[in-house]
Design a binder for this molecule. Sequence first.
Ligand code: ADP
Length: 489
Amino acid sequence: MLSVLVIDDEYGVRSGIRQILELEGYAVEVAETGRQALELLEKQVFDIALIDYQLPDLDGLTLLASMRSRKLPTMTCMITAYANIDTAIAATRQGIDFFLPKPFSPDDLMGVIETLARHKHLKEEAEKLRKENEAGLLALATEKSQTASLVASLRDAVLVINRERDVVLANHAMSALLGREPKDLLHAPVDTLLEPEAFKPLAALLTGPDDDARRVAELTLGDHVYFASVVGFHREEGEALGRILTLADVTDVRRMAMEKPRFIRTMVHEFRSPLGAIRSLIEVATEQCLGAELAPYLPYLQRSEKRIDRLVELIGELLSLSHIDLERTPSPAPPCEVAPAVASTMDLFREKLADHSMTVAVDIEPDLPRVRIGEEDLKAILTNLVGNAIKYGRESGHVQVRAARRGADVCVEVVDNGIGIKSENLPRLFEEFFREKRPETRDIDGNGLGLAIVKRLAERSGGSIDVQSTVGVGSAFSVRLSTIENCTS
Ligand code: ADP
């Protein structure tokens, strides 16, 4: 039921209007003065207000202004016996919706009320549509910005071109790949962008009939290999709109795929040659080449035993490697104290160091924070590095183990004054099975897996390893580890 407020100081007008409207099913309230009207408007929201132009306290225009300033949704009609053009202009400025000059008939009144009711309904519908539209636009804008941030943050490079072959979207990865600022890519003709010789393979992929068929290729751009895909995109009705190019950097995947057969070949070799040697040594015994007594065979058996021990060691190291690879993110171990891990590692080597008359200096900075690596992992790193410092050290040489703060991290160093490493071999030092082939290393046993294990252990706990070495002078391996002080996680 629509509600109507009648504001008029003439009793006859108020009651007349009330009677007519109540008969027609409207809920009617009346006010004699402007103030009374304001009080009623305070308490209730009316659909329609009929306002007399001249009230005893306020004039109709002031009342109207006050209603507008409160943004009431009420439709208004001015009823006045003094209608003139100036009043009409002033009232229209205040946003009056209708005029009803006095005197008026019941039909005149009903005609105006129904018009106002219709207008109100239309206004409400329009407002509803506006709000829906606004919400829709907001959703669209949010969706658009979500899509834009999604595409921007993709690791793969993405480029979208329209039918005119102008760029309509390119993400950060693509602008980095093309060596352009993102703003310079937008609206640029793709054929100009891809003109440089280096991008010819891309240009070729993007040239061809505009069809839906997805075209894929493996491309080499600079020293990176990409998996490239081009697909057309269309309106629902089928009209072609443009093409989307995506480039996924597969350099590491390719390298890993190439490394696997190499790794297996080396591993087979590492097993085959000691097994062949063991077989020959056993054959000497089974064919009784040295007679029926056991004694002459003992050196052969001892050599076989040594070879078998090395194979067992190799299997252990291969297992460690595959464990580390499988457990790239190990379950978090409690942070570890550096000094006790160093002390227990050095205990393991006491005898060996004495055998080679080597001296040791351990220098651990006091009050080091605990480091973010499992104790077993840190001990494995130290065992490998100290073991190497002795193996590749010189007789009566010197080994130092140091640990100190380095910025927010802790740096653990193992330094020797041994045979050193050739500078050209340093980049390959941490590869699996890499061993320096030099006269000095010929008689030193090893599988070339220790440093690969050390590197993986350091890196999977967020640390890093570095080496400095000079042939004939010695080597220094330093492992940098984060501490409980600089980790927030
Ligand atoms: P392994 O010692 O079993 O051969 P590693 O992976 O521990 O395997 O080391 C790889 C290679 O790096 C060694 O074969 C050796 O040539 C070189 N190397 C490692 N540590 C040292 C060192 N402290 N001094 C000189 N050369 C070293």
